[in-house]
Design a protein around this ligand. Structure first.
Ligand code: PRX
Length: 635
């Protein structure tokens, strides 16, 4: 394993060069550290036109087996999953590799006993309990394709995702705890499933022990089912390119899309990047604060760490409960060595001052990481100075749901770190910055569009049921390149800085939301004629949601109407999507061809009306003044 770890600048340069000159040889070396059920014949075949990307063809392998069985002889008693409950006074959990293996095998048999076969889609709607990791691994053990839906999404969003991939079963809990709130998870599942026709069974884990309705013939208890099965469950041989999971994410148009990741490539990338970006050592305790409902949780709470035989910590609660020192209490309690979190969490904790930090030593930390959105300078410095004590390298990792694994990131003690820069591509990653006409930008400090020239093993393979959309979204803007949707620039040492999305995607507290999907939700309200949503800079969330709404009638109570809009969005998408600012407008600025001029709306939302540009060519130029006039009173 040692020779795939990067420990010096020379290692990085050698690995990077090899990955460009001989990509097949480079990735094969990593793949060969796994247990294969059948060796692969060909490392890579690809083209970005269709697109058609295949890694490790002919090979057969199983994800769960490589996460668990592989470690049964060497480290059966090492803790695989540590779990910190929402309430710090409740018992925590530590499951060894042996125990996790046992539970995964049993639950895999539960899935089989409930009619799940290889290739079936399993929807998982669960809070952050360790059984959620068991659920993922049990699916991959038998070749079922999991589709995890973040348990903060609404019943409608859950139903849309279940329907899109015809899930046969839903795994859930009776309820969940988040801070001082208790959430009726099963109620949301009942409502969601009532809008679907493919779901045959719902398996319910007890968490809150509140009374819930169990639907006869459909709903069964997790624990009862576990009693009925044994722990003998051979891992299914999966073709390298068999789908591993689907994860829905928002785009600039239409409904969320089902990003499909396949088996071997995803394994190779998550394993390699986990080891190198976090410099995990054998006895370390690693903690990623994400939710498993997002790609960060899939790749860097469950799969990457377990493939590497690590101890991975899961936290059920929130950073600010019982107080704003909770993260730091957890770091000290488990002597966490690597902490991976999001700028939005940092900013909200920073707003609570230094007192909650000063209560803890944080001396165990060796590496601190950031992901999900650009980290502003103030948050970077606070995190580095007060959490990393100025001694821990801060890895600002850039990647996306579609990428499966980190693509651009510093490597601790190797890369020259620069605040707010994701810095260098990891080996195997070949970025390029293009201008809008597709010409390469080589000049330092010049902003352009971030693309990739060459596939890495965990690149998205398709969007579930819609390969045309896959091509149109990522591979048609620039022929022959994967287009990320982000703007970026490089400094004179070639280090990358990610600026943010250039499309109609808003990043709210690290959650990706499409303006089209937000507008569709708002338009569900019967009084709404038309709406336009844009992002604006927000101190804690990174970006906030600003909604301009045209109503069918005069609104008597603006506040009551806004509350109703919030409620509509909560029902359609979930609480994370509620607008921060709602402005009722008489019209929206449009081009002569009827397109909404979002650029103008964005400027108004940002409070930057001095540079609105020429509005005289608009279909309705007067509307801009009307909106500006009202906007100043909104802000
Ligand atoms: O805009 C980029 C931003 O998050 C987007 C991807 O979101 P998602 O698919 O939800 O995945 C988030 C976690 C991997 C990107 O297009 N983003 C992610 N990481 C960074 C970032 N922006 C700046 N710096 C980052 N480190």
């Amino acid at each position: 394993m040692e020779d795939i770890r990067i420990k010096s600048k020379a290692d990085y340069q050698a690995a990077y060069q090899e990955s460009v000159d001989h990509p097949e040889q480079f990735w094969a070396k990593i793949a060969d550290t796994f247990d294969w059920k059948k060796p692969y014949d060909k490392v890579l075949e690809w083209e970005f036109e269709t697109p058609d990307i295949k890694w490790f063809q002919g090979g057969q392998i199983n994800m769960a087996e490589n996460c668990l069985d592989r470690y049964l002889e060497t480290q059966p008693d090492k803790t695989a999953i540590l779990w910190e409950p929402n309430d710090p006074n409740d018992d925590n959990i530590a499951w060894s590799y042996k125990e996790l293996h046992h539970r995964v095998c049993k639950f895999a048999n539960v899935l089989k006993a409930n009619g799940i076969e290889k290739g079936d889609r399993v929807c998982i709607y669960m809070p952050m309990v360790p059984h959620l990791a068991v659920a993922l691994l049990a699916c991959t053990r038998i070749g079922a394709i999991h589709s995890v839906v973040f348990a903060g999404f609404s019943a409608q969003s859950l139903a849309d995702r279940i329907n899109d991939s015809s899930c046969k079963i839903v795994l859930t809990t009776d309820g969940s705890f988040r801070g001082n709130k208790e959430i009726d998870i099963k109620g949301i599942v009942d409502e969601g499933v009532s809008k679907t026709s493919s779901v045959e069974k719902v398996i319910v884990l007890k968490r809150t022990e509140k009374f819930i309705n169990m639907k006869e013939g459909r709903d069964v208890w997790w624990d009862d089912e576990m009693e009925k099965v044994d722990a003998n469950c051979p891992a299914e041989p999966m073709d390298a390119e068999d789908p591993l999971f689907i994860l829905y994410t928002s785009g600039s148009t239409g409904k969320p899309k089902g990003v499909v990741h396949t088996t071997a490539g995803y394994m190779v990338s998550t394993y390699y990047t986990f080891l190198n970006v976090f410099q995990y050592e054998d006895e370390d305790v690693y903690w990623c604060t994400a939710d498993i409902g997002w790609i960060t949780g899939h790749s860097y709470i469950v799969y990457g760490p377990l493939l590497a035989g690590a101890t991975t910590l899961m936290f059920e609660g929130i950073p600010t409960w019982p107080d704003a020192g909770r993260f730091w209490a957890i770091v000290d309690k488990y002597q966490v060595n690597q902490l991976y979190t999001a700028p939005t969490a940092i900013r909200s904790l920073m707003a609570n001052g230094l007192e909650p930090v000063a209560r803890y030593s944080l001396n165990s930390l060796k590496v601190i990481g950031s992901v999900g959105e650009p980290i502003n300078e103030e948050a970077w410095k606070w995190y580095h100075t007060y959490i990393g004590k100025g001694k821990c390298p801060l890895v600002d990792t850039w990647w996306q749901t579609e990428n499966g694994s980190i693509l651009i990131s510093p490597i601790p003690h190797v890369t020259d770190i620069r605040p707010m820069y994701a810095t260098n591509p990891l080996p195997g990653v070949q970025p390029i910055i293009l201008d809008k006409d597709g010409n390469e930008i080589t000049e330092p400090h010049e902003e352009g569009l971030l693309c990739m020239k060459f596939p890495w093993p965990s690149i998205v393979r398709t969007l579930y049921g819609d390969h045309d959309r896959m091509r149109n979204t990522y591979f048609s803007t620039f022929k022959g390149y994967y287009f990320s949707g982000d703007a970026a620039k490089r400094d004179n040492k070639g280090r990358y800085r990610i600026i943010g999305r250039v499309d109609d995607v808003i990043n709210v507290s690290g959650h990706r939301l499409g303006t089209a999907e937000l507008e569709d939700a708002i338009n569900e309200h019967p009084w709404v004629v038309e709406s336009a949503v844009v992002g604006f800079p927000h101190d804690i969330k990174g970006q906030g949601i600003y909604a301009y709404i045209i109503t069918e009638r005069d609104i008597d109570s603006q506040q009551a109407f806004k509350d109703e809009i919030n409620e509509t969005v909560r029902k359609e998408i979930g609480p994370i999507a509620k607008p921060d600012i709602i402005q009722v407008v008489p019209g929206l600025p449009k081009t002569r061809s009827g397109k909404i001029m979002r650029r103008i709306l964005r400027k108004i939302a940002e409070g930057d009306i001095s540079t609105l540009g020429d509005t005289s060519t608009l279909l309705n130029p007067d509307i801009v003044d009307d909106i500006v006039e009202e906007a100043t009173t909104v802000n």
